[in-house]
Design a protein around this ligand. Structure first.
Ligand SMILES: [Zn+2]
Ligand SMILES: [Zn+2]
Ligand SMILES: [Zn+2]
Length: 782
């Protein structure tokens, strides 16, 4: 007989870890105790040596699905006794506990949910230690029911018995509830009791079925959805707007009401079979859809779908975002026949997702007055995460539900940092003890609502994860609200500030995620990022270390009149590029290519372009995609970010057998001349070449100039790894082909793993850059 103490660190609280330890010890005939503490889970076990060895192995091998074990430390124990017990939580003071993200309903709960004899049959808030809400309901740590929005519900005797039984799947399941004691649904409809039995759905009135009042809230909501209504549905981290995806008229009404003419809507499909009916899914994509994190997965639309969706769901897009019902509430919407729902986050563009009914009414007036509400509070808003799988890699487009606030490990010594992030797709990061706590996607930081959520979430993260920053990192753009927030925080607390160039941060994030501490060639293909020379960068070849970088190469700079305004009008970007490319008689070219633009507007833009009025100088890759997309006749005006590039990519079919001419100039810095590319596209357009061919040739051109420039710079600077980052790498053709082209040239491509390739990943990069500078003593007090 001997006794051992194990300290288990990682995500081990609120995930059924203690009952798992209890059952394991019982099975092996060991005595001892298990307790939650601030340092993790502490286990004392006593018994024969062989059983102890099996115990230690099984701690990792058989751990519950949601547990993430970072370390198991073994030490001496003075435990004596013959029983095994789960002891009360201990607070020792210092270390932080991790917070589990929200988890989709597990198979066991799903089976109970479908069982008419179960006491939770069709109960919309069924959960257990393996599933259910976590991050979205947490107010404070340690994670206990009184510190969640479940505190107001007192457990009934049946639920309490489960909660207190270590052998039960619901032992210490903090959100445990049932129809007797837990939260419930309410249908909020825009008419008084006994009022008119007609409802405005989309743009028409429908007569409600007989005895509609007698239906339960979920049944009634489902009935309304089938009739074509738009229903606000409260789920885990906030509200969605739900609508029948097969009803083209409702989809059109939703677009008009949300003022969202073209940006794709996400679909929720009843099952994998229902998803397969509309989209192609590989086994890896299906596994991701059905994973506990249940993100939106961008799937290729089927060319011969079994179920034909209206084109307006994701217009001129080769992909459609699909997710499965991840809460029991959602499952209720798919009873009897409904298979495909639009589920789009309820929020004004760029703002945070709406969290409660009052807010939904206030911030989304005129979209719907019909809501399926419930009374379990959303403490932390949490949008759906967006993922895609390309070149065998899972990539994130948006990191939120299911992923945040898991920390990302940074495998080298770190300083304590707050990194403020950037403007669009804002996130912030707290870095401490080798762990980066990246906030969930918060929205675009150009409005009050996002700024409020940003400030509130900063305060919470700081408290939960107990970070006292040594340094504050920010983007170089002086007008970003995140930059101003960083400056104010620095003033208030007397902390040093360090500015991190946008694409250096993009690259450093890739380095951190891949544990790559050396020098790397950062290839950032992006929309907009403030450069060290005051121009807007966005197609950059950076010789990067963690603390510093050298701009080794870039796309040639053009003058873009009107700056940010031009971004919404790709035809203006096209004219700027054509002008820079030396194309003569711009007025005539504008009339030829863009006859749909009103003549007076066109003339004005031509004049501004020729005189470079109010011009911003940019080397952006995103703008080159805009320009060529417009020249090819694909997209000349946009209503959402990157629309021209997305529609252009969607036209690419086969690999092109040629490229446009590629010319480099080398003068200390390698510059790719965009002129020959733009002129090549113009010639093709004039020759009547199909837009899909121009798209294919252009994509091949970008792949080639990136790969050739990378090869030259890597050789000249003795580098062998290329880190790919920036929003343009959401272009899957480009990502896939460039990875292959780099590998063909003997270079090692590094891509994102845990944070998005768009600006949602920038705060992580800022944090690791600032950390390295702080550790090298390269900071001055603010
Ligand atoms: Zn469960
Ligand atoms: Zn109960
Ligand atoms: Zn960026």
């Amino acid at each position: 007989m001997s006794a051992v103490r194990y300290t288990v660190r990682g995500v081990v609280q609120g995930v059924g870890f203690r009952p798992f330890v209890y059952r394991l010890a019982r099975r092996l005939g060991l005595s001892g105790r298990v307790v939650n503490s601030d340092e993790g889970v502490l286990i004392d076990v006593a018994g024969p040596q062989e059983a102890l060895e099996t115990f230690e192995r099984s701690l990792r091998d058989e751990a519950p699905p949601l547990a993430r074990i970072d370390a198991v430390e073994r030490g001496p124990s003075s435990f004596e006794g013959d029983d095994f017990v789960i002891a009360a939580s201990e607070r020792t003071g210092e270390a932080v506990t991790l917070i589990c993200p929200d988890v989709a309903v597990c198979d066991e709960c799903a089976a109970e949910f479908e069982d008419p004899d179960d006491r939770r049959f069709h109960y919309p808030f069924i959960n257990c230690t393996n599933c259910g809400p976590r991050y979205s309901i947490i107010q404070g740590t340690p994670y206990d029911r009184p510190a969640t929005s479940m505190a107001v519900f007192e457990m009934c005797p049946d639920c309490r018995a489960e909660y207190e039984d270590p052998m039960d799947r619901r032992f210490h399941a903090q959100p445990n509830a049932c129809p007797v004691c837990g939260p419930g649904l309410t249908l909020v409809v825009p008419w008084p009791a006994g009022g008119p039995a007609e409802l405005l759905t989309g743009r028409r009135y429908v007569r409600l079925p007989e005895r509609f009042d007698a239906l339960g809230p979920a049944d009634a909501a489902r009935r309304l959805l089938r009739l074509g209504a738009i229903v606000g549905v409260k789920g885990l981290g906030g509200f969605h707007l739900a609508a029948n995806a097969l009803d083209a008229e409702t989809v059109r009404a939703l677009r008009e009401k949300k003022d969202r003419p073209a940006k794709p809507f996400a679909l929720m499909c009843r099952s994998l079979e229902a998803a397969r009916a509309v989209a192609e899914a590989t086994p890896e994509e299906e596994a991701l859809l059905a994973s506990p994190w249940a993100p939106i997965v961008l799937l290729r639309k089927r060319s011969e779908p079994e179920v034909r969706l209206p084109e307006s769901i994701a217009p001129r897009n080769a992909y459609v975002g699909v997710m499965l019902p991840y809460t029991p509430v959602h499952r209720l919407l798919f009873e009897d026949g409904l298979e495909h729902l639009i589920m789009t986050s309820a929020n004004p563009p760029g703002e945070p997702i709406v969290a409660d009914l009052d807010e939904a009414r206030e911030r989304l007036p005129g979209v719907t007055r019909t809501f399926l509400d419930h009374d379990r509070g959303v403490v932390n808003r949490n949008d759906d995460s967006v993922t895609f799988i390309e070149a065998g890699r899972v990539m994130l487009g948006r990191r939120s539900r299911g992923y945040a606030p898991y920390p990302i490990d940074v495998p080298w010594p770190t300083a304590d940092v707050f990194a403020a992030g950037t403007e669009l797709k804002a996130t912030f990061t707290f870095l401490t003890s080798g762990r980066a706590y990246v906030s969930p996607h918060l929205g675009d930081l150009d409005n009050r609502a996002t700024l409020d959520l940003y400030e509130e979430t900063v305060t919470r993260f700081r408290r939960w994860f107990r970070v006292e920053p040594d340094v504050i990192a920010h983007d170089l753009h002086p007008d970003y609200l995140a930059t101003r927030f960083a400056e104010e925080l620095s003033d208030r607390e007397g902390l040093p500030l360090t500015g991190v160039q946008h694409h250096h941060a993009h690259t450093a994030a890739v380095m951190a995620e891949n544990g790559f501490e050396g020098r790397v060639l950062g290839l950032a293909l992006d929309g907009t990022g403030y450069g060290t020379d005051g121009t807007i960068w966005g197609c950059e070849f950076l010789d990067c270390g963690l603390a510093a970088f050298d701009r080794a190469g870039h796309l040639g700079t053009v003058q873009l009149p009107g700056g940010d305004t031009a971004i919404r009008h790709p035809y203006r970007v096209a004219l700027a590029h054509l002008h820079a490319a030396g194309v003569e008689d711009l007025g005539a070219v504008a009339t030829e290519l863009f006859p749909m633009v009103p003549e007076n507007e066109r003339d004005l833009v031509v004049q501004q372009t020729e005189k470079s009025v109010g011009a911003v100088r940019t080397s952006s890759a995103g703008r080159l995609f805009d320009a060529v997309s417009a020249i090819a006749g694909v997209c000349h005006e946009i209503s959402y970010e990157a629309q021209a590039a997305i529609e252009f990519e969607s036209l690419v079919g086969e690999r092109a057998g040629r490229t446009y001419p590629i010319e480099f100039t080398e003068d200390g810095v390698l510059v790719v001349d965009p002129g020959p590319i733009v002129r090549g596209a113009l010639e093709d357009r004039r020759a009547g070449v199909e837009p899909s061919t121009i798209a294919a040739v252009f994509h091949a051109t970008v792949v080639r100039f990136c790969a050739e420039a990378a090869e030259r710079l890597a050789a000249a600077r003795d580098l062998d790894s290329v880190a790919l980052s920036g929003g343009v790498f959401q272009n899957r053709f480009l990502l896939r082909e460039l990875i292959a082209a780099l590998e063909e040239r003997g270079l090692t491509p590094l891509v994102h793993r845990d944070v998005p390739t768009n600006d949602g990943g920038v705060s992580l990069g800022q944090a690791v850059v600032a950390s390295d500078r702080a550790r090298a003593g390269r900071l001055q007090r603010g």
